[in-house]
Design a protein around this ligand. Structure first.
Ligand code: CP
Length: 312
């Protein structure tokens, strides 16, 4: 597969920095890779001789494995770095760590880091292409792209579709990237959660706000449900998880009380029994595992399109 088109940017730092045309190019390329992933031989030589370092300074299951698989399906050479077993523990700076890795002839960096803006900071100081795999509470662009791709696959053209993001909007990089991505694609976007977990002035991002989950679900075609990020909450924003589940948790009874059948999404990891009951997470209305499956094709597309910047 020859590289047919590249993106308007050398890095994927956030949805904020890419165009609607970039998103459409990523989706078209992901369609090709999805077809490849359904073949008996799932590997293509597109990134042969390209070396990619996956730097994870924060825990991950889906994103880390999805990137690694995408890179291997493209025949890239892959090295993995985890902060817990590295010399970062001895006080090395982020920039020194990355420059040392790049001096081993690494071409691209995929990075998850707890500090908002860390991927942008790196892009200002190094030459290699950087893909942001989640930076603190800021952005998670590949999650938003795979979410939008999965919505389009399920309900068709996103333009005009109503999508509500339910949960801990305040601490969620997924929420911010989703809002920007869906807005670029012409969706009608809303958020729903307790007032303490909805950032002030969020309407300025062009979203509607609901404080009652049933009202939000009646409005939408698709609900993307997020978990409560206790690890990012320095103070208590909700009285208890039990109370959150009672007022904002989505269960089968609630879904069946709606006047239409909506699509349920979740970026993972799920806290079963808190934001979603198991019978909803595992129901035919849920596309949670399709999101994970599409993540590999979407990440293959992003890596492939950005690899056009690698000089061999
Ligand atoms: N959705 C997501 O980013 O999951 P991980 O934290 O497991 O990568």
């Amino acid at each position: 597969m020859a590289i047919v088109s590249s993106l308007s940017t050398k890095h994927l730092l956030g949805i904020k920095y890419i165009t609607t045309e970039d998103i459409e190019t990523i989706f078209q390329t992901a369609n090709n890779f999805k077809e490849v992933l359904n073949r008996p031989v799932k590997k293509v030589p597109s990134l042969r001789d390209v070396t990619i370092a996956n730097l994870f300074f924060e825990n991950s299951t889906r994103t880390k494995m999805s990137f690694e698989l995408a890179e291997k399906r493209l025949s890239a050479d892959v090295i993995n770095f985890s902060a817990s077993s590295s010399s970062v523990k001895k006080g090395e700076t982020l920039l020194d760590t990355v420059n040392n890795i790049l001096s081993m002839k690494v071409d691209m960096i995929v990075m998850r880091h707890p500090a908002p803006g860390s991927a942008y900071y790196l892009s200002e100081h190094i030459d290699a292409s950087i893909i942001n795999a989640g930076d603190g509470t800021h952005e998670h662009p590949t999650q938003a792209l795979l979410d939008a791709y999965s919505i389009q696959e399920k309900v068709g053209n996103i333009k005009g579709k109503k999508i509500v993001i339910v949960g801990d909007i305040k601490h969620s990089r997924v929420a911010l990237s989703n809002i920007m991505c869906l807005n670029k694609l012409g969706a009608k976007v809303a958020v729903c959660g307790p007032p303490t977990l909805i950032p002030k002035n969020i309407e300025t991002l062009g979203v509607k706000v609901f404080y009652q989950v049933k009202e939000a679900l009646e409005w939408c075609d698709v609900a993307n449900v997020l978990r409560i990020q206790l690890e990012r909450q320095d103070i208590k924003y909700i009285p208890s998880l039990r109370e959150y589940a009672r007022y904002f948790g989505i269960n089968k009874q609630l879904l069946e009380s709606l006047s239409k059948k909506i699509v349920i999404m979740h970026p993972g990891p799920i806290n079963r029994g808190v934001e979603l009951s198991s019978d909803v997470a595992d129901s035919d209305q849920s596309i949670i595992l399709e999101q994970v499956e599409n993540g590999v094709a979407v990440r293959m597309a992003i890596l492939y399109l950005l690899a056009g910047n690698v000089s061999n």
